[in-house]
Write a protein that binds this ligand. Structure first.
Ligand SMILES: C[S@@+](CC[C@H](N)C(=O)[O-])C[C@H]1O[C@@H](n2cnc3c(N)ncnc32)[C@H](O)[C@@H]1O
Length: 289
Protein backbone atom coordinates (compact mmCIF):
# COMPACT_ATOMS: atom_id res chain seq x y z
CA UNK A 1 0.00 0.00 0.00
CA UNK A 2 1.23 3.50 -0.87
CA UNK A 3 0.36 6.38 1.50
CA UNK A 4 0.34 10.15 0.89
CA UNK A 5 3.22 12.05 2.46
CA UNK A 6 3.77 15.68 3.35
CA UNK A 7 5.46 17.48 0.43
CA UNK A 8 3.90 15.43 -2.35
CA UNK A 9 1.50 16.66 -4.98
CA UNK A 10 -1.88 14.95 -5.14
CA UNK A 11 -5.13 15.56 -7.00
CA UNK A 12 -8.62 15.73 -5.54
CA UNK A 13 -11.26 14.63 -8.05
CA UNK A 14 -14.95 15.61 -7.80
CA UNK A 15 -17.95 13.59 -8.98
CA UNK A 16 -17.84 15.27 -12.39
CA UNK A 17 -14.23 14.16 -12.87
CA UNK A 18 -12.77 17.65 -12.38
CA UNK A 19 -9.31 17.56 -10.84
CA UNK A 20 -7.75 19.96 -8.33
CA UNK A 21 -4.04 19.84 -7.53
CA UNK A 22 -2.52 20.51 -4.12
CA UNK A 23 0.85 20.00 -2.48
CA UNK A 24 0.46 18.40 0.94
CA UNK A 25 1.95 20.27 3.88
CA UNK A 26 1.54 19.38 7.54
CA UNK A 27 -0.70 21.93 9.28
CA UNK A 28 -2.16 23.48 6.07
CA UNK A 29 -5.85 23.71 5.18
CA UNK A 30 -7.23 23.02 1.66
CA UNK A 31 -10.32 24.97 0.57
CA UNK A 32 -12.49 24.47 -2.49
CA UNK A 33 -15.57 26.68 -2.98
CA UNK A 34 -16.13 26.89 0.77
CA UNK A 35 -15.47 23.17 1.42
CA UNK A 36 -12.41 22.50 3.59
CA UNK A 37 -10.13 19.65 4.58
CA UNK A 38 -6.96 19.71 6.71
CA UNK A 39 -3.88 18.44 4.88
CA UNK A 40 -3.24 16.32 8.00
CA UNK A 41 -6.45 14.42 7.18
CA UNK A 42 -4.99 13.53 3.77
CA UNK A 43 -1.40 12.77 4.82
CA UNK A 44 -1.15 9.04 5.63
CA UNK A 45 -4.22 8.10 3.53
CA UNK A 46 -3.75 5.48 0.80
CA UNK A 47 -3.59 6.56 -2.85
CA UNK A 48 -7.14 6.25 -4.24
CA UNK A 49 -8.95 7.13 -0.99
CA UNK A 50 -12.39 8.68 -0.78
CA UNK A 51 -12.15 11.74 1.47
CA UNK A 52 -14.83 14.02 2.92
CA UNK A 53 -14.47 17.81 2.97
CA UNK A 54 -16.60 20.06 5.20
CA UNK A 55 -20.22 20.30 4.06
CA UNK A 56 -20.14 16.53 3.40
CA UNK A 57 -18.43 16.93 0.00
CA UNK A 58 -16.88 13.62 -1.05
CA UNK A 59 -13.85 13.59 -3.33
CA UNK A 60 -11.34 11.05 -4.59
CA UNK A 61 -7.71 11.61 -3.53
CA UNK A 62 -5.18 10.32 -6.07
CA UNK A 63 -1.54 10.59 -7.04
CA UNK A 64 -1.84 12.13 -10.52
CA UNK A 65 -0.94 10.10 -13.56
CA UNK A 66 1.69 11.74 -15.76
CA UNK A 67 -1.04 13.01 -18.12
CA UNK A 68 -3.12 14.45 -15.27
CA UNK A 69 -0.06 16.04 -13.68
CA UNK A 70 0.96 17.77 -16.92
CA UNK A 71 -2.48 19.30 -17.41
CA UNK A 72 -2.50 20.78 -13.90
CA UNK A 73 1.13 21.75 -13.35
CA UNK A 74 2.16 25.44 -13.39
CA UNK A 75 2.89 26.63 -16.94
CA UNK A 76 5.33 29.04 -18.40
CA UNK A 77 4.88 27.99 -22.02
CA UNK A 78 1.91 26.05 -23.44
CA UNK A 79 2.43 22.32 -22.75
CA UNK A 80 1.89 19.50 -25.19
CA UNK A 81 -1.33 17.54 -24.66
CA UNK A 82 -1.13 13.97 -23.36
CA UNK A 83 -2.29 12.63 -26.75
CA UNK A 84 0.86 14.07 -28.35
CA UNK A 85 3.11 13.31 -25.37
CA UNK A 86 2.11 9.66 -25.71
CA UNK A 87 2.90 9.50 -29.43
CA UNK A 88 6.14 11.47 -29.59
CA UNK A 89 8.40 8.97 -27.77
CA UNK A 90 6.99 6.21 -30.02
CA UNK A 91 7.35 8.05 -33.33
CA UNK A 92 10.77 9.46 -32.42
CA UNK A 93 11.64 5.90 -31.32
CA UNK A 94 13.09 7.10 -28.03
CA UNK A 95 14.46 3.95 -26.39
CA UNK A 96 15.97 3.14 -22.99
CA UNK A 97 19.56 4.36 -22.94
CA UNK A 98 19.14 6.82 -25.87
CA UNK A 99 20.89 10.23 -25.97
CA UNK A 100 18.21 12.76 -26.83
CA UNK A 101 18.41 16.43 -27.74
CA UNK A 102 15.28 18.54 -27.08
CA UNK A 103 14.32 22.20 -27.65
CA UNK A 104 12.53 24.17 -26.24
CA UNK A 105 11.98 22.90 -22.78
CA UNK A 106 8.86 25.06 -22.27
CA UNK A 107 7.09 23.90 -19.12
CA UNK A 108 8.90 20.55 -19.09
CA UNK A 109 6.04 18.24 -20.11
CA UNK A 110 7.80 16.75 -23.14
CA UNK A 111 11.11 16.67 -21.26
CA UNK A 112 9.48 14.38 -18.70
CA UNK A 113 8.03 12.13 -21.40
CA UNK A 114 11.52 11.84 -22.93
CA UNK A 115 13.16 11.16 -19.54
CA UNK A 116 10.65 8.39 -18.87
CA UNK A 117 11.41 6.86 -22.27
CA UNK A 118 15.25 6.99 -22.04
CA UNK A 119 15.25 5.65 -18.46
CA UNK A 120 18.14 6.01 -16.03
CA UNK A 121 20.77 4.82 -18.54
CA UNK A 122 19.77 7.44 -21.11
CA UNK A 123 20.38 11.17 -21.34
CA UNK A 124 18.30 14.22 -22.28
CA UNK A 125 19.87 17.56 -23.19
CA UNK A 126 17.26 20.30 -23.39
CA UNK A 127 17.64 23.91 -24.61
CA UNK A 128 15.32 26.71 -23.51
CA UNK A 129 15.71 30.32 -24.60
CA UNK A 130 13.89 31.85 -21.63
CA UNK A 131 15.29 31.76 -18.11
CA UNK A 132 11.85 32.01 -16.43
CA UNK A 133 10.43 29.10 -18.47
CA UNK A 134 13.53 27.02 -17.76
CA UNK A 135 13.06 27.56 -14.01
CA UNK A 136 9.36 26.66 -14.08
CA UNK A 137 10.18 23.54 -16.10
CA UNK A 138 12.81 22.32 -13.62
CA UNK A 139 10.40 22.84 -10.71
CA UNK A 140 7.70 20.88 -12.55
CA UNK A 141 10.08 18.08 -13.53
CA UNK A 142 11.68 17.62 -10.11
CA UNK A 143 8.36 17.82 -8.29
CA UNK A 144 7.07 14.89 -10.36
CA UNK A 145 10.23 12.87 -10.98
CA UNK A 146 12.54 13.80 -8.10
CA UNK A 147 16.22 14.49 -8.88
CA UNK A 148 17.05 13.89 -12.57
CA UNK A 149 20.84 13.47 -12.89
CA UNK A 150 20.50 12.38 -16.54
CA UNK A 151 18.90 15.69 -17.61
CA UNK A 152 21.13 18.52 -18.85
CA UNK A 153 19.02 21.72 -19.02
CA UNK A 154 20.75 24.59 -20.81
CA UNK A 155 19.58 28.15 -21.41
CA UNK A 156 20.52 28.37 -25.09
CA UNK A 157 19.09 29.41 -28.43
CA UNK A 158 18.68 26.27 -30.53
CA UNK A 159 18.56 28.36 -33.74
CA UNK A 160 22.23 29.25 -33.16
CA UNK A 161 23.45 25.66 -32.98
CA UNK A 162 23.56 22.41 -31.03
CA UNK A 163 26.71 21.72 -29.02
CA UNK A 164 27.79 18.14 -28.53
CA UNK A 165 28.74 17.12 -25.00
CA UNK A 166 32.38 16.79 -23.92
CA UNK A 167 32.57 13.18 -25.17
CA UNK A 168 31.84 14.48 -28.71
CA UNK A 169 29.23 11.78 -29.38
CA UNK A 170 26.27 12.70 -31.60
CA UNK A 171 22.66 12.41 -30.43
CA UNK A 172 20.51 9.37 -31.20
CA UNK A 173 17.23 11.31 -31.27
CA UNK A 174 16.30 14.98 -31.72
CA UNK A 175 12.90 16.33 -30.65
CA UNK A 176 11.76 19.92 -31.23
CA UNK A 177 8.78 21.87 -29.94
CA UNK A 178 9.58 25.49 -30.79
CA UNK A 179 8.20 27.98 -33.31
CA UNK A 180 10.77 27.66 -36.15
CA UNK A 181 12.18 24.12 -36.26
CA UNK A 182 13.44 24.69 -39.81
CA UNK A 183 16.09 26.95 -38.28
CA UNK A 184 17.33 23.97 -36.25
CA UNK A 185 17.34 21.48 -39.15
CA UNK A 186 20.89 22.37 -40.41
CA UNK A 187 22.21 21.94 -36.84
CA UNK A 188 20.26 18.69 -36.47
CA UNK A 189 21.99 17.41 -39.59
CA UNK A 190 25.33 17.87 -37.77
CA UNK A 191 24.31 16.78 -34.27
CA UNK A 192 22.37 13.57 -35.07
CA UNK A 193 24.08 10.25 -35.66
CA UNK A 194 23.50 8.46 -38.95
CA UNK A 195 20.26 6.49 -38.66
CA UNK A 196 19.10 8.84 -35.90
CA UNK A 197 15.55 10.18 -35.71
CA UNK A 198 14.37 13.76 -36.09
CA UNK A 199 10.92 14.80 -34.79
CA UNK A 200 9.32 18.22 -34.59
CA UNK A 201 5.90 19.45 -33.49
CA UNK A 202 4.32 22.63 -34.90
CA UNK A 203 0.74 23.92 -34.71
CA UNK A 204 0.24 25.46 -38.18
CA UNK A 205 0.44 24.46 -41.85
CA UNK A 206 2.97 27.15 -42.95
CA UNK A 207 5.30 25.98 -40.17
CA UNK A 208 5.06 22.36 -41.22
CA UNK A 209 5.69 23.23 -44.88
CA UNK A 210 8.83 25.20 -44.02
CA UNK A 211 10.05 22.38 -41.79
CA UNK A 212 9.60 19.67 -44.42
CA UNK A 213 11.27 21.82 -47.08
CA UNK A 214 14.24 22.39 -44.76
CA UNK A 215 14.53 18.65 -44.13
CA UNK A 216 14.62 17.93 -47.87
CA UNK A 217 17.11 20.73 -48.51
CA UNK A 218 19.49 19.36 -45.87
CA UNK A 219 19.91 16.24 -48.12
CA UNK A 220 20.72 14.04 -45.13
CA UNK A 221 17.16 13.27 -44.09
CA UNK A 222 14.95 10.56 -45.57
CA UNK A 223 11.59 8.92 -44.82
CA UNK A 224 10.07 12.29 -43.98
CA UNK A 225 6.49 11.89 -42.75
CA UNK A 226 3.97 14.33 -41.27
CA UNK A 227 0.78 13.49 -39.40
CA UNK A 228 -1.59 14.71 -36.72
CA UNK A 229 -3.61 12.82 -34.14
CA UNK A 230 -7.22 13.25 -33.12
CA UNK A 231 -8.39 11.74 -29.85
CA UNK A 232 -12.16 11.46 -29.45
CA UNK A 233 -13.48 10.36 -26.06
CA UNK A 234 -16.87 8.64 -25.68
CA UNK A 235 -19.69 8.99 -23.20
CA UNK A 236 -21.08 5.61 -22.15
CA UNK A 237 -24.06 5.89 -19.81
CA UNK A 238 -26.61 3.09 -19.93
CA UNK A 239 -28.06 3.11 -23.45
CA UNK A 240 -26.67 6.53 -24.24
CA UNK A 241 -23.44 5.59 -26.02
CA UNK A 242 -21.95 8.32 -28.18
CA UNK A 243 -18.83 10.41 -28.74
CA UNK A 244 -18.43 13.28 -26.29
CA UNK A 245 -19.63 16.63 -27.57
CA UNK A 246 -16.28 18.32 -27.01
CA UNK A 247 -12.77 17.34 -28.06
CA UNK A 248 -9.36 18.89 -28.70
CA UNK A 249 -9.86 19.17 -32.46
CA UNK A 250 -6.37 20.41 -33.22
CA UNK A 251 -3.07 20.60 -31.40
CA UNK A 252 -0.33 20.32 -34.02
CA UNK A 253 1.51 18.40 -36.73
CA UNK A 254 4.27 15.94 -35.99
CA UNK A 255 7.02 15.56 -38.58
CA UNK A 256 9.53 12.72 -38.38
CA UNK A 257 12.61 11.93 -40.48
CA UNK A 258 15.64 9.62 -40.43
CA UNK A 259 19.19 10.91 -40.71
CA UNK A 260 20.74 9.12 -43.68
CA UNK A 261 23.75 9.24 -45.93
CA UNK A 262 23.66 12.29 -48.19
CA UNK A 263 22.25 11.91 -51.69
CA UNK A 264 20.72 8.45 -51.35
CA UNK A 265 17.09 9.41 -50.87
CA UNK A 266 14.95 11.48 -53.25
CA UNK A 267 14.09 14.87 -51.83
CA UNK A 268 10.88 16.57 -52.98
CA UNK A 269 11.54 20.29 -53.13
CA UNK A 270 8.87 22.94 -53.81
CA UNK A 271 7.78 23.00 -57.45
CA UNK A 272 9.20 19.51 -58.16
CA UNK A 273 7.13 16.45 -58.95
CA UNK A 274 6.97 13.51 -56.57
CA UNK A 275 8.60 11.21 -59.16
CA UNK A 276 10.68 8.47 -57.62
CA UNK A 277 9.74 9.49 -54.06
CA UNK A 278 6.11 8.54 -54.79
CA UNK A 279 7.18 5.11 -56.08
CA UNK A 280 9.13 4.44 -52.90
CA UNK A 281 6.14 5.37 -50.77
CA UNK A 282 3.90 2.98 -52.72
CA UNK A 283 6.36 0.13 -52.20
CA UNK A 284 6.32 0.74 -48.44
CA UNK A 285 2.52 0.67 -48.39
CA UNK A 286 2.49 -2.59 -50.38
CA UNK A 287 4.87 -4.16 -47.89
CA UNK A 288 2.50 -3.45 -45.04
CA UNK A 289 -0.36 -5.43 -46.59
C1 LIG B 1 5.53 25.40 -27.00
S1 LIG B 1 6.80 25.65 -25.88
C2 LIG B 1 7.40 24.02 -25.54
C3 LIG B 1 6.52 23.28 -24.58
C4 LIG B 1 7.09 21.97 -24.11
N1 LIG B 1 7.24 21.04 -25.19
C5 LIG B 1 6.22 21.37 -23.04
O1 LIG B 1 5.52 20.37 -23.33
O2 LIG B 1 6.20 21.86 -21.91
C6 LIG B 1 8.09 26.32 -26.89
C7 LIG B 1 9.30 26.72 -26.09
O3 LIG B 1 10.37 26.94 -26.97
C8 LIG B 1 11.14 28.00 -26.44
N2 LIG B 1 11.93 28.52 -27.55
C9 LIG B 1 11.52 29.32 -28.58
N3 LIG B 1 12.55 29.55 -29.42
C10 LIG B 1 13.63 28.91 -28.92
C11 LIG B 1 14.97 28.78 -29.32
N4 LIG B 1 15.41 29.38 -30.44
N5 LIG B 1 15.81 28.02 -28.59
C12 LIG B 1 15.38 27.42 -27.45
N6 LIG B 1 14.11 27.51 -26.99
C13 LIG B 1 13.24 28.24 -27.72
C14 LIG B 1 10.08 28.96 -25.91
O4 LIG B 1 10.65 29.88 -24.99
C15 LIG B 1 9.08 28.01 -25.29
O5 LIG B 1 9.37 27.78 -23.95
Amino acid sequence: MSYFQSGERIHLVDKKGRQYALTLKTGDLYQLSGHKIAHDDLIGKPDGSLVTLSGNKTMLALRPTFGDYVLKMPRGAQVLYPKDLALIPMWADVYPGARVFEAGTGSGALTMALLRAVGPRGLVVTYEAREDFARTAMTNIERYMGPVPNLIPLRRNAYEGISLLDDGLPFDRLVLDLPEPWQVVPHAAQALRSGGMYLSFVPTVPQVVQTVEALHRATVFGMVETFETLLRTWSIQGRSVRPDHRMVAHSGFITVARKIESGLWPAVLPGESLGEAADIHEVREDDER
